[in-house]
Design a protein around this ligand. Structure first.
Ligand code: HEM
Length: 290
């Protein structure tokens, strides 16, 4: 059951981040001419992510019920499911998140839906994950701070990772004279907000480590610490790649035709590393933080 929970968590993080990053990119980073051109290519990402977000949230609920009941058959036992939804903190949060997931599906499939509405609701959907899990274990003012910190960790990480697929699709438009200017503007906006998002991920991640673990993850005999250390190493590689893309390749875009190819390749590598980061945290945050 734990293995399936890890899969459900991965699908939930990845889909919620893809939905948030894609809709925010369209709503706030892409100028109208680029948005109009990009939106049809983004539709498969947005619609599949919305369905995956709802499905993985539902699966996570079933597994939580199975775990609380003490076996597989309780995962689909209506009495246990009703008790989990009505009487637990997880259930309270999940009731709201499941309703939100259905609204997100409607917005994702509705072509006329304003991208800003999808961006705002998917931000809530992603941030509300901070109300369950290790960051939500304490009830006092410190607990409130830890939840807020985790919500910021998730949304900043979601902006960073979730914006990479639309960024990759935008790069292909640099060669189109009608879209070159708008694409350049989107790249500059992404870079500006990206700096803030990366800084926020690093600071909130360090705070998370301090409040949940209480020390740097240096004892590799603990699976939790070994996985957290691997996650930090991967994020470090992603930061180096992002800096190289921004300060070496981007200024060379107009001069060197190879730079565009290298930028697209590095962005794809960043997406892959981001996927590994999510896979790691989907697993290790189900273990005891020791
Ligand atoms: C691309 C960058 C990153 C992404 C996408 C990311 C994503 C996530 C996600 C999805 C969670 C799970 C939240 C949950 O269980 O509800 C999480 C938790 C966490 N992250 Fe990150 N993170 C990133 C960088 C970092 C960094 C740099 C650090 C440390 C310096 C860090 C430390 C943590 C810790 C300690 C937790 C809590 C794990 C637990 O609940 O036991 N993260 N992160």
């Amino acid at each position: 059951m734990t293995a399936l929970l890890i899969v459900a968590r991965f699908a939930q993080f990845a889909s919620a981040m893809a939905l948030f990053g894609a809709s925010l990119f369209l709503a706030a980073l892409a100028p109208p001419v680029l948005r109009a051109d990009l939106a049809p290519s983004m539709r498969p990402i947005v619609t599949i992510a919305s369905v995956a977000a709802a499905a993985s949230a539902a699966l996570w609920l079933l597994l939580e019920s199975g775990e609380m009941g003490g076996g597989w058959r309780y995962a689909v036992d209506p009495t246990v499911l009703a008790t989990v939804l009505a009487d637990t903190g997880f259930g309270q949060v999940w009731r709201a998140r499941l309703v939100l997931a259905l609204i997100l599906i409607v917005l994702a499939f509705w072509r006329a839906a304003p991208p800003a509405a999808l961006a705002a609701l998917s931000a809530f959907f992603l941030a509300s994950l901070a109300l369950v899990g290790h960051a939500a274990m304490r009830e006092n003012a410190a607990g409130l701070f830890e939840r807020a910190n985790q919500a910021l960790h998730l949304t900043a990480g979601g902006f960073w990772l979730g914006s990479l697929p639309p960024l990759l699709l935008s790069l292909r438009r640099l060669g189109d004279p009608a879209l070159k200017g708008a694409t350049g503007a989107a790249l500059r906006r992404f870079s500006g907000l990206g700096h803030v998002a990366v800084a926020a991920v690093l600071v909130t991640g360090a705070i998370n480590t301090f409040v949940i673990l209480g020390r740097p993850p240096l004892d590799f005999s603990s699976v939790y610490q070994a996985c957290l250390a691997a996650k930090i190493a991967m994020v470090a590689i992603m930061v180096v790649l992002a800096l190289f893309n921004r300060y070496w390749l981007t200024p060379r875009l107009a001069l060197d035709p190879e730079a565009e190819f290298a930028l697209a390749r590095n962005t794809a590598v960043e997406i892959g590393l981001g996927g590994l980061v999510l896979a790691l945290v989907s697993a290790f945050a189900t273990f005891e933080p020791v």
